[in-house]
Design a protein around this ligand. Structure first.
Ligand code: FE2
Length: 263
């Protein structure tokens, strides 16, 4: 059994700053970490944390230090990939033991019974994401080396359209190339992402792809052409992925509500 906690889009800023002049993202992440700590004996052992991008909102070195200290109470190995708000250099320095010293921030590692693969979709200074030729080649090699073992594959930008137009406008530019590479994989493969601050399930070449909610904010599922552009302050939790002969993924919300009450 292997369990990976996926956090996404924490958007941490230096102390004293607010995101979009409004969001206390550090407080929101601290609340979620507290919630996970509270229910940890219920949800069972967790092997590692996977952070699917936008650790930082401004890419500053201070924001990464703060992010790491906010996750410290979990006392778990942390694996990270960049999102469009991240800064590759600052992130590389903050996670020097994990990330490659040069080039895209791609990695593959074994965690328990599964292979975890992280891909870099960051186009610095842009909202949209792209898998470079180098990253697609890395994915191809990593999947070949995984050799049909279960794989949890992470990238920040969803490899599917969400229907939320202002987010799709800054989506992954080469989804078809990604689809072509993962289509060939013969083992269990779960694709996980972030970016849209919404939990959504899609299918990519026969594999399940899931986007994670965000601890600090969400977007409305509003498919109208004139949908207002903006975020909502709802704190929306994270995901837990378990492998036990097959994958199971569950959302962990930010609060339990009251109960349990007898039926
Ligand atoms: Fe984000």
């Amino acid at each position: 059994m292997t369990a990976i906690l996926q956090l996404s889009d924490a958007h941490i800023v230096p102390k004293g700053a607010l995101v979009s002049g409004r969001l206390e993202t550090s407080a929101a992440l601290a609340r979620l970490v507290g919630r996970i700590t509270t229910i940890r004996d219920q949800i069972g052992p967790i092997d590692a944390v996977l952070v699917s991008g936008d650790l930082s909102d401004d890419g500053s070195p201070e924001s990464y230090v703060r992010f790491k200290s906010l996750l410290a109470p979990l006392d778990l190995p942390v694996h990270v990939i960049p999102g469009n708000h991240d800064n590759r250099t600052a992130m590389r320095h903050a996670f020097v033991d994990l990330l490659p010293v040069s080039g895209p921030l791609n990695w593959a590692c074994r965690v328990g019974d599964i292979t975890m693969i992280g891909l870099d979709t960051l186009v610095e200074g842009q909202g949209h994401g792209t898998l470079s030729g180098e990253t697609l080649a890395f994915l191809e090699t990593a999947l070949a080396q995984a050799n049909k073992t279960p794989v949890l594959l992470a990238l920040h930008h969803p490899p599917f359209q969400s229907g939320m137009r202002f987010m799709d406008a800054i989506g992954l530019t080469n989804r078809a190339a990604f689809r072509d590479v993962v289509a060939a994989y013969g083992g269990a493969l779960r694709i996980v992402c972030g970016h849209i601050h919404t939990m959504m399930v899609a299918e990519i070449a026969g594999h399940i792809a899931l986007s994670a909610p965000a601890p600090c904010s969400t977007f409305a599922y509003d498919r109208r052409a004139n949908a207002p552009v903006g975020y909502f302050t709802q704190e929306d939790g994270c995901l837990l992925h378990r492998w036990e002969g097959e994958f199971q993924s569950i959302r962990i919300g930010p609060a339990a509500g009251s109960g349990p009450f007898p039926f």
